[in-house]
Design a protein around this ligand. Structure first.
Ligand code: SF4
Length: 918
């Protein structure tokens, strides 16, 4: 909470809301408490989680403080002459009133449009926005400004699924729900580390398997992830070979006669071409196994299991989508479900899991550059006319706009003159992220609305607009299984922060546009719901096609009804209106959204990733999430509980690759690609495929000196979806030869010193920690440390120095309490940080602790619990291993009974299982 007292907005009754992180969309109960942070708990009545939360959701209370928040509108004068690195803005910020700020945005956008036309401006949005924010942004841009240059960071994670659904089903439809996963006899996870990225859903799956042990779980992933600890079969396929695998499966099913002939004949088209393409790639099992780099035995087992289990759900996520062949990967999976008729019935179907809390809501309102509102198509003139009529808009965009990567490339080329970035951090998250810096530096007007005052992207802003954060804003979100839920405010708006839809409507009105007189989010949702039902009925006479996305039954809610809204899966057509195709269990009647009602097989000839490893860049870089962080850490980076599991950016690679590259566990390494470079801590992991390196996506310039992995990623995209290839960039990795390593723990904020060539900032509970390394030896470690720690000359200063060995340790104590400590060494094996961090919780350091500080290790055996495994109960690896060995624990349940670890959110259960098997 950073010491912030939250004033009460309402009587302390629990407020039902929804988690702002992943696409599982768990419900929470937030109970405000006088003078304390709100109490947060899982909502037992929410259909997604039935009261459960993962560690990120459980730690939301640690992210609600106002420290570092952007609280009033600001503007600064661009100073192009400033020699600031990478062209970031360095002029001083000036606070503005809201009317002046909105006027400045409207004027800036209006001027760019007047001089260069509507395609000279752009909006770049986020799956963190609420549906109402997304709706107003899309309406303003596509219906009133008249350009489709509006895209979203969802382009980076699931646009291949959107494109694949549209090709196969005729509309972007997810036909599977969470209950189907529990009812399946076989669950296939493709490119999904569900245990870490969608933990509550994974726990539902684990419990379902405990209840029905015959249920099988297959994981298809080049890495042996935490999810694999629960798998019956792991297929560590070569990165980028998914289409070969599923083409092989289609060919196998055909050869075995595992077709559902009636379903295929009556409800699909295109089998011949798809099967011919599949057979061309997968002439026999040995070829597929060799191409995918797995054993033929494992391949055959998977194919036989798929053939033999009618109730089969194939879950896919970023490992499939984030590829230059992402859309084909999606369709190659869907083809197998269509062939076997495994869709539209309980416990079966292809299931795209979204990464963000409202990626689905953004899809519903048409937040992508190539879509229109309400699942209508921008490229379809009849659809454009429908939306224009509904909006009564003056100027509709008449062609798809620029997708995320294209948008920033056009900006660098000078074609985008003004951009408004809402709730996202493209300088960190885009591929070739240094290009995003150059693009923003070249743009005439950069507007950023955010909840934080300092992000990598805000460094390039001319105007900064303070947005309401989670807990303060109100609106709707849709989770991965099409369930619409409310996010509700339970905290007052701080400073002058406003809802994103309110800012957008204010700018629209100042640009002279009618139709933006909203005073409450419910009015926007009502308009969205009405548009979804508008002329949404079968009728060749008006050229319109029935859309499955129909929530007309939710129209007409006033503010009170909107406030009381309970989670609801769509479609929800208006009463009396004929049901959309297959409502209820989507496609249950075999009717799809293509004009002829049939689904499409899509021929997916396999193709390799855009760039292969070569002599200069011999490894393949794969990027992804870690268990306890979220996106670019603007929120989770503040939570001490979440900092403990993976405190630093790391590069994981196979131990043999580490040996060959001269990289030791815990050393620092520099990674280079054709596009950029970074430094990370080496983790040797036998679960990594040979020749591959995994780096997390989260770290950025606010938390680390040199760890934006986006800067290394190849900006090549899928030709249909525009989704970048985040999982396959050729990379070189080599030792970062530091002359010294060290770290500092301080009660106050820790500013990385200039002598550190590499640093990472980590939020502790009573301190801030800075990991440091330098390329040149420190001339005077003692004087340097004193200055860094800011200790007065007469301070109680505990110190140890071995000048010959280059070791220096010091602690600064005030009134018996540890204020700061610093440890330096030429080697990386520095003292355990968790143990040292625990000393900051002590009111007084005793003699043993003072001695142990100088020794650099605890005097008592077992005082160091080791790296955190269970974040909920703060249980470390050393403690768990000691209990397993000392007490003969055999199961995760026994570990939980003994230490509580794994007994709350369950996010650490895969690691417990791994430790039990080690
Ligand atoms: Fe939030 Fe975790 Fe639920 Fe995802 S699984 S919505 S991060 S609580």
């Amino acid at each position: 909470m950073n010491g912030t007292t939250i004033p009460l907005l309402r009587a302390p009754a629990p407020v039902r809301t929804t988690c702002p992180y992943c696409g599982v969309g768990c419900g929470l109960l937030a109970t405000p408490r006088a003078g304390a942070s709100p109490q947060l708990a899982g909502d037992p009545e929410h259909p997604a989680n039935a009261g459960r939360l993962c560690v990120k959701g459980a730690a939301l209370g640690e992210t609600l403080g106002l420290q570092g928040r952007l609280l009033r509108p600001r503007m600064r004068q661009r100073q192009h002459q400033d020699p600031h690195p990478q062209g970031a803005q360095s002029g001083p910020w000036l606070d503005l009133s809201w009317p002046k700020a909105l006027e400045a945005v409207a004027r800036g956008f209006g001027s760019a449009i007047e001089r260069h036309g509507p395609d000279a401006v752009a909006l770049y949005l986020s799956g963190q926005l609420l549906t109402e924010d997304y709706y107003v942004a899309n309406k303003l841009m596509k219906g009133f400004i008249g350009s489709a240059n509006i895209d979203t960071n969802s382009r980076l994670c699931m646009s291949s699924a959107v494109a694949g659904h549209k090709r196969a089903f005729g509309e972007d439809l997810v036909p599977v729900g969470y209950a189907d996963l529990e009812q399946a006899d076989l669950v296939v996870l493709v490119g999904s580390n569900l245990a870490w990225c969608h933990p509550v859903l994974f726990q539902r799956l684990v419990r379902a398997r405990q209840a029905r042990p015959a249920m099988k779980l297959v994981v298809i992933d080049p890495r042996r992830t935490a999810t694999c600890e629960f798998a019956d079969l792991h297929l560590p396929i070569r990165s980028g070979t998914d289409v070969w695998l599923f083409n092989g499966l289609l060919a196998f099913l055909a050869q075995q006669g595992e077709i559902e002939p009636d379903f295929v004949a009556r409800h699909t088209r295109g089998l011949e071409q798809a099967l011919a393409a599949a057979r061309a790639d997968a002439c026999d099992l040995a070829t597929v196994a060799r191409t995918c780099s797995i054993s033929q035995e494992a391949l055959t087992t998977f194919y036989r299991w798929f053939a033999g289990h009618a109730r089969c759900v194939s879950v896919f996520s970023q490992g499939v989508n984030q590829s230059s062949a992402g859309t084909d990967k999606v369709n190659s999976i869907i083809n197998c479900h269509l062939f076997t008729g495994r869709i539209g019935r309980p416990g079966m179907g292809p299931f795209s899991i979204t990464g963000q809390p409202n990626a689905m809501g953004g899809r519903e309102v048409g937040g992508l550059a190539n879509t229109l509102a309400a699942h209508l198509e921008l490229a379809n003139p009849a659809h454009r006319a429908l939306v224009q009529q509904f909006w009564q808009s003056p100027r509709m965009a008449d062609r798809p706009g620029l997708q995320a990567v294209q948008l920033f490339q056009a900006m660098e080329a000078g074609r985008i003159k003004a951009i408004w970035i809402m709730g996202t951090n493209p300088v960190v998250s885009l591929p070739d992220a240094d290009q995003a810096r150059r693009a923003l530096a070249a743009c005439e007007l950069v507007v950023v609305s955010d909840v934080m005052a300092a992000t990598d992207t805000l460094a390039y802003a001319d105007i900064a607009l303070p947005a309401l954060a989670w807990g303060e804003k109100s609106g709707m979100v849709t989770n991965s299984e099409r369930c619409i839920s409310r996010q509700r405010a339970f905290l007052p708006a701080p400073g002058e922060a406003r809802a994103d839809w309110d800012m957008l409507a204010g700018v629209a009105r100042r640009m002279g546009f009618a139709g933006f007189d909203y005073t409450h989010a419910s009015q926007i949702f009502d308009e969205h719901a009405r548009l979804s039902a508008y002329r949404n009925h079968p009728g060749p006479e008006d050229g319109q096609q029935r859309r499955c996305f129909n929530i007309g039954g939710l129209a007409g809610m006033d503010a009170a009804a909107y406030d009381a809204f309970q989670p609801r899966h769509w479609p929800v057509p208006p009463s009396g209106m004929a049901s959309a195709p297959g409502s209820g269990q989507l496609f249950g009647d075999g009717v799809f959204a293509h004009e002829d009602g049939r689904a499409r097989f899509v021929a997916t000839p396999a193709r390799a990733p855009a760039h292969a490893a070569d002599a200069r860049y011999p490894f393949i870089l794969n990027t992804g999430r870690v268990r306890d962080q979220w996106h670019t850490m603007t929120r989770t980076g503040q939570a001490p509980t979440l900092a403990e599991h993976s405190p630093e950016p790391f590069a994981a690679l196979h131990p043999h690759d580490g040996l060959q590259s001269g990289l030791r566990e815990g050393a620092l390494a520099r990674l280079h690609t054709h596009w950029g470079a970074m430094v990370a801590r080496v983790r040797l992991d036998a679960g990594m495929a040979r020749g591959t390196v995994f780096v997390p996506i989260h770290w950025n310039a606010q938390f680390a000196s040199d760890a934006r992995v986006g800067a290394l990623v190849n900006p090549v995209t899928d030709p249909l979806s525009g989704e970048p290839e985040f999982k396959h960039t050729p990379v070189r990795i080599e030792p970062f030869e530091a002359a010294w390593h060290g770290f500092v723990l301080m009660r106050q904020a820790c500013r990385p010193p200039a002598e550190a060539d590499w640093w990472v900032r980590i939020q502790g509970r009573d301190f801030e920690r800075c990991e440091l390394a330098g390329l040149r030896p420190l001339a005077e470690p003692r004087a340097w440390a004193r200055q860094l720690l800011g200790a007065p000359a007469q301070a109680d200063w505990i110190e140890y120095q071995d000048a010959g060995a280059g070791i220096y340790r010091a602690g600064h104590v005030e009134q018996g309490r540890l204020q700061a400590c610093v440890f330096l060494s030429p080697r990386t094996d520095l003292p355990p940080r968790r143990w040292l961090g625990s000393l900051f919780a002590q009111e007084r350091l005793g003699d043993p602790e003072r001695a142990s500080l100088m020794l650099g290790q605890p005097l008592q055996a077992r005082a160091d619990a080791g790296p955190i495994v269970c974040a909920c109960f703060g249980v470390g690896r050393n403690t768990i291993c000691a209990a397993i060995a000392g007490q003969g624990l055999k199961t995760t349940a026994e570990v939980t009974a003994c230490l509580k670890a794994g007994g709350n959110c369950g996010s650490c259960l895969p690691e417990l299982k791994h430790l039990l098997m080690a």
